[in-house]
Write a new protein. Sequence first.
Length: 154
Amino acid sequence: MKKAKSNRKMLAINKTAKHDYFIEEVFEAGIVLTGTEIKSLRQGKVNLLGSYARLAGDELFVVGMNIKPYDQGNRFNVDPLRPRKLLLHKKELKELSKEAQQEGRTIVPLNIYLNDRGLAKMEIALARGKKLYDKRETIAARDAERRMQRTKLK
């Protein structure tokens, strides 16, 4: 059985997510967008910094994601910071809501990409916040790894 190649076109990456959180579990979700939003997204005019996902009843929304208005969109453009619905299977949503209610856990968007069919997808993660000393340990470990790599190259 052949594995299908994943032709992902990355549109935006939340670089601070892996710095500020311990990533525990990753999910892939579809995004409900309007026509002008998907056109703007394909041009790469999206920003994930400061965004997070919130549960509202049986639905999941991403809040704080900025999709800039499409240049030729005129009256069809919508609010760039509006909450957007994320599409998950009901089983995944129940698991995510149960885990997210635990102390110190949150749902964070990691990146947005177009899959091989041209559909916009978002990777979201169930994450636990890092303390300041955890961030320092991560930075120190990364620096030590770089030093070891440099000594191997010499």
